[in-house]
Design a protein around this ligand. Sequence first.
Ligand SMILES: Nc1ncnc2c1ncn2[C@@H]1O[C@H](COP(=O)(O)OP(=O)(O)OP(=O)(O)O)[C@@H](O)[C@H]1O
Ligand SMILES: [Mg+2]
Length: 269
Amino acid sequence: MSVETAVAPRLEISGLDAGYFGQPVVRDLDLSVAPGEVVALLGANGAGKTTTLSTIAGLLEPIAGTIAMDGSEIGGRATYKLAREGVSLVPESRALFSTLTVREHLILARRDDRDQPAEAVLEMLPELEKCMGRKAGVLSGGEQQMLAMGRALVGRPRLLLVDEMSLGLAPIIVERLLPILRRVATDLGTGVLFVEQHVPLALQVADKAYVLSHGRLVLEGAAERLRGESELLRASYLGDEAAGMVTTVPVGDQGNRDTDNGGDRPDAT
Ligand SMILES: Nc1ncnc2c1ncn2[C@@H]1O[C@H](COP(=O)(O)OP(=O)(O)OP(=O)(O)O)[C@@H](O)[C@H]1O
Ligand SMILES: [Mg+2]
């Protein structure tokens, strides 16, 4: 007898309410990332992107809903435990130690022999090689971001969460950095969820994208389809009124859902 076993998504969020002091700023979020998939989380300032990443990474308790990794519930688990289980967050601040060198960062991030040595990280990020002996404090913004990524990769993350890697960087640098996310997904099978303000660049590298507006999901779809939908994207950034007019762009096989999520999110077409 042959039994078809469905592979659980790397990350599956259902009906998530997330926020601060019991007050949700993100409501009823459904989102999924497959192993090896690169997913963009987009939206205007204050839409709830960082709140979402922080909740997945265990920095905030979910208020309602579920967060599963490879089929196991991880919602509310402590950040240090999630890190051991393969959840890696690159925060907007990059959180580097200015007086430590690049090499020292990569060595200190290594917890045991299963983690990647610095040389393996350099194979994925050859751009870092020339900086190995330099202190993080003297690196350029782009090099610092590269280091923050490199450190996150030491533990071969199953799920990589990246918050605005492009903050303060010129678009030309962002164009060089974003493809690293694709490289990580392909080389390690990592599921990547990244927040990005440069929407066209994000859609070039992502497989699919979700747009949040005032904490609600207002648009989701395959990046390839959304690339040609600049009006729809613009409307979805404008807030609740516009959100009522936008539709969900089907993601195709991997992301189609037929469940009714309720709320004010438009139905899938
Ligand atoms: N520590 C906090 N305590 C209370 N409210 C917060 C806190 N951090 C963020 N918020 C609020 O939650 C909402 C979502 O913020 P969040 O930082 O998730 O947005 P964002 O989409 O990441 O925005 P940006 O693009 O500016 O980074 C905002 O209204 C914000 O004021
Ligand atoms: Mg943010």
